[in-house]
Design a protein around this ligand. Structure first.
Ligand code: CU
Length: 250
């Protein structure tokens, strides 16, 4: 009976505490939920201006497992130009204008595949601390080796099917990546501390969505043709068009 007497007065206190905690959690959740804010978008294209350049063939004869994967000769992807002049593999991103906002990495991992002894995609962009899944479905061993300036360098041998998981904690545009086994294998990985970036598609087009309205410096990066910059102001629910023209040798 004595024990009961001691415990009983605590139960209402515990209930009150639990209710208070639940209420606090609810208030915190409501406060943390993002408001449905009006957003802005930037749409456009990267173009190549200059003499037509043919892609370079890759000789994969040193590894028959790589050569066998191609029915037509594989070509380099450092300059992919569409028939209309659209330039692929350009990273278009917010370089300035976000103030001191901070962003959590997305739950979804970014994925880079080694397919037919080439990196897919050739240019990948992801957020700081976002998980990177490196996939090797080729019937050969690769050795993925990013060579960063601002992140830790790593170098991993990856037999067929073996999972490799990594992440880059610091912003860097962009990290050259090579395979230590196959010298023709090259890609770039760009790391951003915010989610406002996009890579142009095979026709050179991009669509940068869900931007907070504001004034931004937008940059467009290409591994061979350098970086271009434009300043733009976009309002709530507004879409603006941007074009970046890259010239051979510029
Ligand atoms: Cu390789």
């Amino acid at each position: 009976m004595k024990i009961k007497y001691i415990l009983t007065p605590h139960i209402p206190v515990m209930i009150v505490t639990a209710v208070a905690l639940l209420m606090a959690a609810h208030i915190a959740a409501v406060a943390a939920a993002p408001a449905v804010a009006a957003t802005a978008s930037l749409k456009g294209a990267a173009k190549f201006q200059g003499a037509a350049l043919k892609p370079t063939r890759i000789d994969m004869s040193s590894d028959p497992n790589c050569a066998k994967a191609h029915t037509t000769p594989a070509t380099t992807e450092d300059l992919v130009i569409a028939a209309n002049g659209g330039l692929a593999n350009v990273i278009v991103y917010v370089s300035d204008g976000l103030g001191d906002r901070t962003f959590e990495p997305p739950q979804q991992p970014a994925v880079i595949e080694q397919k037919g002894c080439q990196y897919k995609p050739h240019v990948l962009a992801l957020q700081t601390n976002q998980k990177l899944d490196v996939v090797n479905d080729d019937p050969t061993t690769h050795n993925i080796h990013p060579m960063p300036n601002n992140n830790r360098e790593w170098n991993k041998s990856q037999p067929h099917g073996m999972p490799v998981e990594e992440a880059f904690p610091r912003e860097e545009i962009a990290i050259p990546v090579k395979c230590n086994v196959h010298p023709w294998m090259r890609s770039y990985i760009a790391v951003f501390k915010h989610p406002y970036f996009v890579v142009t598609d095979k026709d050179g087009n991009f669509d940068l969505k869900d931007l907070p309205p504001g004034t931004y410096t937008i940059k467009a990066w290409h591994e061979k043709l350098g970086t271009q910059s434009q300043k733009i102001t976009v309002g709530a629910n507004e879409t603006k068009t941007l074009e970046f023209v890259f010239k051979s040798g510029s």
